[in-house]
Structures are given as C-alpha cells and as structure tokens.
Design a protein around this ligand. Structure first.
Ligand code: PRP
Ligand code: URA
Length: 209
C-alpha cells in the first residue's frame, strides 16, 4: 500500500460500513451512514492542518487556544460526494464548497465533466476532493487535475471505498495527493463496479435505483 494511502482502522467505521454495504439498507439510513463515516474520515484527513494561536477568555481566565489557519475548500463530486460535504461542513462551517459535476460514461468508464463551480481564482490552501467511490480512479484523477490547474497548493482525497485498480491509477497520476478511505476492497468487476462494494453510491443515496 502506498505510504500516502490511509485506510481507517476505527471500529465505528467498520460497524457503519457493514450496514452501508448491506443490500437492504434504504436511502435515509444510507445517507446517515455516509455522513457518519465522512465525519470521522474528515477528522483523520485534517490531522496536519495548520493552526494559529487565538486568545480566549473563559469564565475563569484568559488563555491561548488555537484555531484553523488554513483556508479549506471541500470539493464534492456530484452526485455521490454531496452527502459527504454536508457532514464535513458541520465540523468546519467556514469551509468553502466547490461543486464538481462528473459522471462516468457507462460504456467507456471515462469521466465526463458537466458542471464546475470552482471560483475563477480559488484562494485556498487545501482542496479536499470528496467522492465515496474510487473505482477505476478516472473521476478522482479528473477532479484533482481540475483543482491543480486552478492553482490549489495542496490537494487531498477522501473516499469511502476504493478498488486497488483505482488506487494504482491515482498513484500514477497524482503520487503527491494523500488519500483517506474507510476500506480498500478486492477488485473491480467486468462493468467497473467495486467488489464487494456497496453498489451505486449515487443511486443508493438519492433513491434512483
Ligand atoms: C460514481 C462515483 C464516482 C465514480 C467512480 O459516480 O460516485 O464519481 O462513479 O468511478 P471511477 O473511479 O471509475 O471514475 P457516477 O458516475 O455513478 O455518477 P453519480 O454519482 O452521479 O451517480
Ligand atoms: N461507482 C459506484 O457508485 N459504485 C461502484 O462500485 C463504482 C463506481
């Protein structure tokens, strides 16, 4: 496993993944599981974010505390990344959200960009691409390409499930980008789905199966 790929070992993530993968889990519970897992991964992925000192008056005294010094942009890949961004905004409401619309062509499995709401000159220190599924890696690579071309100094990726094929492709295209995951699965099937996986993450969140 490449050094910059982090797979969470948190027991609560394992517990929630079991229900996320299960075929009979309905969209309301599926969305809340995506949110819960995303919240934990967000804390793990922001472990090295820079802080600055801030003076805080408590009921007893004045003391030096710390607050986030970096500007962070969350970049959910539509549709499936949306539920991840909502959960992370609760933890860091100051984060900007840049929506990127990409869908995977069913025949070629190549990503097609249909929406890009990045500001013309994003003045962010860190852009975090959010997409629960890293399958062939095409969508993640395309999203990271867009962020880097826009001049984002640091980019990372948070996903929920990945296939080894996607990790290898991402590693080759963007070896500098840290990747945070809930699980690394076994392989892709013949139509590009992650196995054992969870099916189609967008359809299962939004009830479009
Ligand atoms: C899914 C998923 C990723 C992409 C992963 O999106 O959310 O964006 O496939 O596959 P890849 O690694 O092979 O590129 P999908 O195209 O199904 O769009 P949707 O979220 O709108 O359903
Ligand atoms: N996209 C999904 O939603 N699921 C997969 O298994 C692969 C790509």
């Amino acid at each position: 496993m490449p050094a910059h790929v982090h797979v969470s070992t948190h027991p609560l993530i394992q517990d929630k993944l079991a229900r996320l993968r299960a075929i009979h889990t309905k969209p309301p519970e599926f969305r809340s599981l995506i949110a819960a897992i995303s919240r934990v991964l967000f804390f793990e992925a922001t472990r090295d974010v820079l802080l600055k000192p801030v003076l805080v008056t408590t009921p007893l005294t004045t003391t030096t505390c710390h607050e986030v010094a970096e500007k962070i942009g969350l970049v959910p890949v539509l549709r499936a990344g949306l539920g991840m961004a909502d959960a992370m905004l609760e933890a860091l409401p100051e984060a900007a959200v840049w929506h990127l619309g990409l869908y995977r062509d069913h025949v070629t499995l190549k990503p097609v960009t249909y929406y890009n709401k990045l500001p013309a000159k994003p003045d962010m220190d860190l852009g975090i691409v959010l997409d629960p599924m890293l399958a062939t890696g095409g969508s993640a690579i395309a999203a990271i390409d867009i962020l880097k071309k826009a001049g984002t100094p640091k980019v990372s990726f948070i996903g929920i499930l990945a296939a080894p094929e996607g990790i290898a492709a991402l590693q080759e295209a963007h070896p500098d980008v840290p990747v945070f995951l809930a699980a690394l699965d076994l392989h892709l099937n013949e139509v590009g789905y992650i196995v054992p996986g969870l099916g189609d993450a967008g359809d299962r969140q939004f009830g479009t199966c």
